[in-house]
Design a protein around this ligand. Structure first.
Ligand SMILES: Nc1ncnc2c1ncn2[C@@H]1O[C@H](COP(=O)(O)OP(=O)(O)OP(=O)(O)O)[C@@H](O)[C@H]1O
Length: 628
């Protein structure tokens, strides 16, 4: 080896000389040999010339770079297919989910961290090789996986290259950006995924998308996907901007009158399976259902369970949202894929044939629960697990809300030119009589399904759902032996008994019957009963015996609420009514269990449970009553 090359300076000198020889630039020799500063003026006479040559070299290099870019572009155009997927469009979801599932985002180094919630974010799992997307909580060494509590969502912005079958695919994503303030809030430009496939076969793109869709459907089987629109959209395809995942609800968990749920499922299934028949017969392939009845009777739950059973996604829209108008409704409906559910809850709240407050499309904002209570004559409904808002909001004054959706806009979506085929349309209402007959005619609403307050049989089914023999441990007091119960009560012990499955089932059935006997027919919603049972979910005996007292307490509460409403109507609400033309809803007292006597209104202060809540107190009184 040349001794001169053993040092870095030797290498630099060789490089510069070679370059100078090739290019004829003495300036390189000067720079690399450290002679720039030390050159004599006579030698630097060629600098101007060298600079010119350097300029030419730069130009040539830049031209070469651009030519290369142009060649790559030509190559892309000639030998690749490019597709764009816009956020808000279902196909965007398919692609993101597919890439997450296939671990393509795994090399990301840039993440957004969100606490886990039901909002779907397609987070990846770190710390495990499987690349599973969620739900696994333990790592091999027993440590908790961070992704149990947070979603690690790649920002996806760096390009990713991967091979699918024998085709190379490159993806890049731009995130959504805020465009500025609009009259309804912030305006957004949707995020876009750019997908380039290096193939000439257009079928490959179709197959890839179909594979992503199938994968999406398969993975979604365990849950129901709920799309909602939480903000206005001013660009294409960005209507359904919030996607939530809910655990599938078994059909058997919906407790309705005999055969009702089975009939709804069979009807919807038949509709989906008979697409070709509809086409051949020239009948638009769509079906509309209206579920109507008091709050908390299972309308929404039915739709969720149905969606899980048939593997459909739900696209749910609230017509009372400020930004929803006819144009938005049209856009939202037309971006729903085939075989999905379009759900409009409380459809009567958007407009009504009878203006409820003045005219011109104003309505009561039923978020307060006030409008609901007035309109349905059902006081105290919606208690329990989800409907507590009604009673809480009973005291609130109604707020004014302008409905921007017109009846003709809605009809147009349901069956007009713009209506989408292959969609199950579901609407719910607490007050069917407010709806325009035009909306209810067959072809728009094909089935009207009435939900009623709970019967004794439903109460018994609910009880057995709450207390399945496999998960319940009976106590001595639950065995129906009053002597044993009194003994336990006096000693303060609550001894569990070890009994056979048969004995347990028989005892639970007897308690269920006792519970149902204490619940009057058609007076309480399933949600209300559920609320009561939740307060004693490990104590079937107390639930059965406490039901009577709970019923008394509820009747008492309803009566009080009704009196308060009457006072409001006569007082503040009266002046409100006078000013606005609020329709008369009759005597609110009349709507509350007419059989309730003043003597029923006993003060309910449980003596033995100072620290417990009301419901627990009721249980204890129930127990106390049973053993005295
Ligand atoms: N028939 C039912 N079977 C099982 N659960 C029910 C039933 N009805 C109500 N529930 C329970 O009560 C709660 C509220 O039910 P849901 O929201 O379906 O009622 P809804 O009729 O849609 O009420 P709203 O008219 O106020 O929207 C849910 O937690 C649900 O589990």
């Amino acid at each position: 080896m040349d001794a001169g090359l053993s040092t870095p300076t030797g290498w630099a000198s060789l490089f510069s000389n070679t370059l100078s020889r090739i290019m004829g630039f003495s300036i390189f020799a000067s720079i690399f040999n450290g002679g720039w500063a030390s050159n004599t003026p006579s030698a630097s006479g060629g600098y101007v010339f060298d600079s010119a040559r350097l300029l030419i070299l730069g130009t040539v290099l830049e031209a070469g770079r651009r030519f290369f870019q142009w060649l790559v572009e030509r190559f892309r155009l000639q030998y690749s297919i490019t597709a764009q997927f816009t956020e808000g469009d279902p196909a965007f979801e398919w692609i993101v989910m597919y890439m997450t599932e296939k671990n393509i985002w795994k090399r990301s180094r840039d993440f957004r961290i969100n606490a886990k919630s039901s909002i779907r974010r397609w987070g990846i799992r770190v710390g495990a090789d499987s690349g599973e997307t969620d739900n696994k909580s333990k790592l091999a060494d027993g440590k908790k996986d961070a992704s149990e509590h947070v979603d690690l969502v790649p920002t996806y912005e760096l390009p990713h290259l991967f091979k699918w079958r024998s085709v190379w695919i490159e993806t890049k994503r731009s995130t959504s950006v805020v465009n500025g303030q609009t009259p309804f809030g912030l305006g957004f430009s949707p995020g876009v995924i750019y997908l380039t496939m290096y193939t000439l076969d257009i079928n490959a793109l179709q197959e890839f998308i179909e594979e992503a869709r199938v994968c999406y459907v398969e993975l979604g089987r365990a849950s129901v996907i709920l799309h909602t629109a939480s903000q206005p959209n001013f660009g294409p395809g960005f209507v359904w901007n919030c996607v939530k995942r809910k655990l599938r609800r078994p059909i058997s968990s919906i407790i309705l009158e005999d055969g009702m749920i089975e009939s709804i499922v069979a009807d919807a299934r038949e509709f989906i399976e008979m697409e070709n028949w509809y086409i051949d017969a020239g009948i638009p392939h769509r079906r509309g259902y209206l579920l109507h009845g008091p709050p908390g009777t299972g309308k929404t739950s039915t739709i969720h369970a149905l969606a899980g059973e048939l593997g459909l996604e739900i696209f749910s829209l609230s017509l009372s949202a400020g930004f929803v108008d006819d144009a938005f409704l049209q856009q939202a409906a037309s971006s729903i894929p085939k075989k999905a559910i379009l759900l409009i809850e409380d459809i009567d709240c958007a407009f009504s044939t009878t203006p409820r407050l003045g005219s011109g499309g104003f309505g009561l904002d039923t978020d307060s629960g006030f409008g609901q209570a007035l309109g349905t004559g059902f006081v105290g409904g919606g208690g329990g697990a989800s409907g507590g808002g009604a009673s809480a909001g009973m005291l609130a004054m109604p707020r004014l809300r302008r409905s921007s959706v017109t009846l003709s806009g809605l009809l147009n979506v349901i069956d007009g030119i713009g209506s989408e085929e292959g969609i199950l349309f579901f609407a719910t209402t607490n007050c069917i009589e407010r709806l325009d007959p035009a909306l209810l005619r067959p072809g728009r609403i094909d089935r009207k399904i009435q939900y009623r307050l709970t019967t004794k049989a439903q109460a018994a089914s609910l009880f057995s759902r709450f207390f399945p023999a496999a998960h319940v441990t009976l106590r001595r007091e639950d065995l129906g032996d009053e002597k044993l119960a009194l003994e336990d009560w006096n000693t303060g012990s609550r001894q569990e008994v070890d009994c056979t499955k048969e004995v347990k089932e028989a005892r639970l059935a007897a308690l269920g019957k006792e519970f149902a006997d204490n619940i009057p027919n058609y007076e309480f919603s399933t949600a209300e009963l559920q609320g009561f049972l939740l307060s004693c979910k490990r104590e079937p005996g107390n639930a059965a015996r406490g039901a009577k007292l709970w019923v008394d307490q509820e009747r008492h509460d309803r009566r009080e609420k009704a009196m308060m409403m009457r006072r409001m109507r006569d007082g503040e609400a009266g002046s409100f009514q006078g000013a606005s033309g609020l329709q008369d809803v009759g005597d609110p007292l009349a709507s509350v269990g007419a059989s309730v006597e003043a003597s029923d209104l006993i003060p309910l202060t449980p003596p033995h449970t100072p620290s417990l809540g009301l419901k627990e107190g009721i249980q204890c009184r129930g127990l106390e009553g049973a053993i005295q």
